[in-house]
Structure formats: structure tokens, C-alpha cells
Write a protein that binds this ligand. Structure first.
Ligand code: NAD
Ligand code: TYD
Length: 338
């Protein structure tokens, strides 16, 4: 099996590339290497004989078309995206370009070359905030709140339209919040771990009672891998971690595990349009593929903290340069929260 992976130098994409190679696939990784793309994430497989890296933009129609024509893959797994809500609030334009135009460009190539499988990696954020105790199944209405989630909802619908209109064999996956090694420290868990290590303030938005369902990255990748073989074209599959926690509880666990005190917690101004709660049912992917999450939150968090502790060089490198400017822009003007 040959797979074109987009965004394979990012957090989830790199974990998927490692898994797919270990499972015997040939992998072509197409990545633009934005601030979030990092070839260090793939150092362990860079010389693997079944692995090829292509540096390019998914919005580049000629490049995408030529690549698909030349490689004739059995599947495209599409991770490439601008993936951070806060950055999409500061500047929505990159999310619009990559998440919408980039997905369109890939779908056009999939249609033209009659690709046998196209996995579009979407997110539970397309459902928007879900009041307790509800949970979204795949038929739940889409109600995205941020420029990021709206761009993902748009690309998710576009991908499905290619199945309905052209019969392109698209599968859409909607996963909950991922965490694990190699996650860029702009997202909650790695940001809090890295700030705790440095005795810096841990900025909790609003009252910290927002709920996210945490999915260990390798469990997510195993679900996608199972869906390449067993998923049905035209279908949507939720992928959740069955680990719902309020942000403040996640932060407290990180402080306890890193031996730091709660005096580091800073309540700061809330994120505009902040979704209060995500919750989804993964019954369908479990029933149809036999997949289930295997890593508990306690175990996954311990593994993640250990990885960031052992890989301080990686953290230092990704936090140099542009990261500092982003951090100042997102956090410096946040007046005190509740
Ligand atoms: P990430 O930000 O870590 O990585 C994104 C990757 O895409 C990077 O390697 C980047 O260089 C590449 N990229 C960005 N724009 C590109 C372009 N125009 N052309 C080619 N490559 C480009 O993201 P992630 O957290 O690994 O998320 C991967 C996918 O999973 C995204 O589609 C995201 O929406 C989805 N997702 C993420 C989560 C999560 O919790 N992180 C949860 C559900 C779904
Ligand atoms: P994040 O990791 O950005 O993922 P998403 O917004 O896609 O769910 O944020 C997870 C939760 O943590 C979300 O409710 C926002 C909150 N959060 C903070 O309280 N402080 C922070 O500095 C960050 C980055 C996130």
C-alpha cells in the first residue's frame, strides 16, 4: 500500500507516518514546513527506504496534480492544516487558504485521478459547543465557532460533497483533542508542560471549566489506519478518547506531575467565542473497525511529560524565533480573567 500523507511533518501527521511505515506501507509525505512542520519529528524514519519527503504546498494545484499522477497512491491521508484556534483568531487568512483552498486542491486531484481512498482528517470542533450531558454522533449538526473550526467544517463538507457529487471515495474523520510527543507548544498540554518546566505562568483562559475530550495521538493514528482498510466511502467517523476533563483539572495534573505548585496558575482573559464543551460518541468507529482507545489519560500524560522532559532540545528549538513573537501577541495583552 502506498499512501500520500499531507502535513506529515506536524504533530499527528508525523505519528501517522511512523505508524504507517511500521505497518509496512510506502509513504510519500507532502508538507510545506510551516512554523508547525518540523522534519526533526521524522528523524527516526528519514532514511527509511519506503519513505519519501516532498516539500510543497497543498494549495499548489500543479504540484499536487503531478505528485498524485506520478505516485498513483492507494490512499491520501490529509492532515495538512493550520491547526490552532488562537492563531486563527489573530489572523484567519492562513486557515482559510490551507484548510479550504488546500483541501479543494487535493480533492480535485483525487477526482481527476480516481483515487481509491481519501481520508479527510477533520475535528470534533466542527460540532461547536455541546451542552452537558449531550454528545455528538456523526449526524449532529455542525455549528463551528472559530475561524479554525469554520474552515475545518467547510473543508469537511466540501470533502463529503465530492463523494455525493463525483463518487470520490472520501472518508471524513472527526477526532477530539489530541496530545502526546511532538505537539507544538502552542496547544494546551505542551504549553503548560513547557511553562511548568520553566517556572513560567500557566495561562488559563476564563474560569478554566471548559471541557475537552483527550485522545492520545497514537490511538488517533491507529483509528485512521484501521479506517483505511475498514472504513466505508462516504461515511463520517468520530474518534474520541473517552477522557473528558475540564482544562483546570488538566493544568492541576500537569503541575502535580512536574512537582510544581498551583501558584503558577494565572487566570487570563477568555478566548473570544470559546467553546465550553466538546463531547462525542465514537460508537461507530468502534463497531465498524474494532478500534478503541488504549491509552488512559493518566498514562498518556505521564508519557507526554516524560517525552518533553527528555527532549528539551526539541522544545528549545521550536520555541525560538517566531514562537516568542506569537506568544507575546497572544498572551501579553490578555488582562486578568475571572
Ligand atoms: P500541526 O499544526 O501540528 O501540523 C500541521 C502540518 O501541516 C505541519 O507539518 C505543516 O507544515 C503542514 N502544513 C500546513 N499548511 C500546509 C500547506 N499549505 N501545505 C502543506 N503542508 C502544510 O497539526 P496537527 O495538530 O498535527 O493536526 C493535523 C490535522 O488533524 C489537522 O487537519 C487538524 O485540523 C486535525 N486535528 C487535530 C487535532 C488536535 O488536537 N491537534 C484534533 C482533531 C483534528
Ligand atoms: P487548545 O489546545 O488550543 O485546543 P482547542 O482550542 O482546539 O480545543 O486548547 C484546549 C483548551 O485549553 C481550550 O479550551 C482553550 C484552553 N487553553 C487555555 O486555557 N490556555 C491556553 O494557553 C491554551 C493554549 C488553551
Amino acid at each position: 500500500m502506498k499512501i500520500i500523507v499531507t502535513g506529515g511533518a506536524g504533530f499527528i501527521g508525523s505519528a501517522f507516518v511512523r505508524l504507517a511505515l511500521a505497518e509496512g506501507a510506502r509513504v510519500v509525505n507532502l508538507d510545506k514546513l510551516t512554523y508547525a512542520g518540523n522534519l526533526e519529528n521524522l528523524a527516526a524514519v528519514a532514511e527509511h527506504p519506503a519513505y519519501t519527503f516532498v516539500h510543497g504546498d497543498i494549495c499548489d494545484a500543479k504540484l499536487v496534480n503531478d505528485l498524485v499522477a506520478a505516485e498513483k497512491p492507494d490512499a491520501v491521508v490529509h492532515f495538512a492544516a493550520e491547526s490552532h484556534v488562537d492563531r486563527s483568531i489573530l489572523d484567519p487568512s492562513p486557515a482559510f487558504e490551507t484548510n479550504l483552498r488546500g483541501t479543494f486542491t487535493l480533492l480535485e486531484a483525487a477526482r481527476a485521478h480516481r483515487l481509491p481512498r481519501f481520508i479527510h482528517v477533520s475535528t470534533d470542533e466542527v460540532y461547536g459547543s455541546i451542552p452537558f450531558p449531550g454528545e455528538a454522533d456523526e449526524n449532529f449538526p455542525l455549528n463551528p465557532s472559530s475561524p479554525y473550526s469554520a474552515s475545518k467544517a467547510g473543508s469537511d463538507l466540501l470533502a463529503r460533497s465530492y463523494f455525493t457529487t463525483y463518487g470520490t471515495p472520501v472518508i471524513v474523520t472527526r477526532a477530539s483533542n489530541n496530545y502526546g510527543p511532538y505537539q507544538f507548544p502552542e496547544k494546551l498540554i505542551p504549553l503548560m508542560i513547557s511553562n511548568a518546566f520553566e517556572d513560567r505562568a500557566l495561562p488559563v483562559y476564563g474560569d478554566g471549566m471548559q471541557v475537552r475530550d483527550w485522545l492520545y495521538v497514537d490511538d488517533h493514528c491507529r483509528a485512521i489506519h484501521a479506517l483505511i482498510a475498514k472504513g466505508r466511502a462516504g461515511e463520517i467517523y468520530n474518534i474520541g478518547g473517552s477522557a473528558a476533563l475540564a482544562n483546570i483539572d488538566v493544568v492541576r495534573r500537569i503541575l502535580a506531575a512536574t512537582g510544581k505548585t498551583e501558584s503558577l496558575i494565572r487566570s487570563v482573559a477568555d478566548r473570544p467565542g470559546h467553546d465550553r464543551r466538546y463531547a462525542l460518541s465514537s460508537a461507530k468507529v468502534m463497531r465498524e473497525t474494532g478500534w478503541a482507545p488504549t491509552v488512559s489519560f493518566d498514562d498518556g500524560l505521564a508519557r507526554t511529560i516524560a517525552w518533553y522532559c527528555e527532549n528539551s532540545g526539541w522544545v528549545e528549538r521550536v520555541k525560538s524565533g517566531d514562537y516568542r513573537a506569537y506568544y507575546a501577541r497572544n498572551y501579553d495583552d490578555r488582562h486578568a480573567g475571572v
